[in-house]
Every structure is written in structure tokens, then in C-alpha cells.
Ligand binder design. Sequence first.
Ligand SMILES: [Zn+2]
Length: 129
Amino acid sequence: MVMRFKSTVKDSRRYISRTGVTEGPYTVDEIYSMAVAGETNIHALFWSESKRAWKPLVGLMLDVDPERIDEFIQAGVKQVRVLGSGNRDCPACSALADKIFSITSPPVLPPQGCRCVPWCRLVLAAVQD
Ligand SMILES: [Zn+2]
């Protein structure tokens, strides 16, 4: 089955797998509710249509709303800053928050070892100079 999305984050749906069984598709809101209710865990996966692969649930936001590095480059942006979500970030994300990277070597999000529940909330912002 091929899914094509041209919609908002809230309306986006993803198949998930918590026990090796494909479930859904669920909206981001529905997956969020399951996660905060403790119905998912760090091993839960979602199907990424763009990557054609099952990916850890911590990367869901970056699949629904990918970083647009190409657009930053076209706009002349030279550096990006990692924006965290404050005290809700896991240690791996906290270690990256507020760091600045060259646009040519942006960090891979979610960072390796991310254990955010339900998912990584880091975003890259253009550094204005
Ligand atoms: Zn994290």
C-alpha cells in the first residue's frame, strides 16, 4: 500500500509496530496518546514511507516534518543551532541542545541513543549573523 501525504503534522498518519505486528495507521495525536499512556516503549517502530523502512518511534517528528537543510542552503544559511525542548529532553538530546553546526555538517536527528518519550523534539534553526 502506498501512502502519500501533503497535510499537516496533526493529520499525518503512520503505521506502527509495538510487538512486530503492524498497527494503524494512527494519527500523530493518537500515537502520542498511546505513548504517554505507556502503551509504547523505546523499541516501538513506525513505517517511514520516505525511507521505505521501519524506524524507531523517537524519530517520528523528523519523518512527519523533516529538516529542510536544502532550503536553508538555498537561503544562504551558513550555520544551524539545535533547539531543544527544555527539561523534557533525554540526555542524548540535552547534550546537543543549543549547539551550533555548519550547514554542511548538520547533526543527524534524532541523535544516537535518544530515549525521548514519545519522540525526539530537537529542531534545527538557522543562525542569523
Ligand atoms: Zn532524545
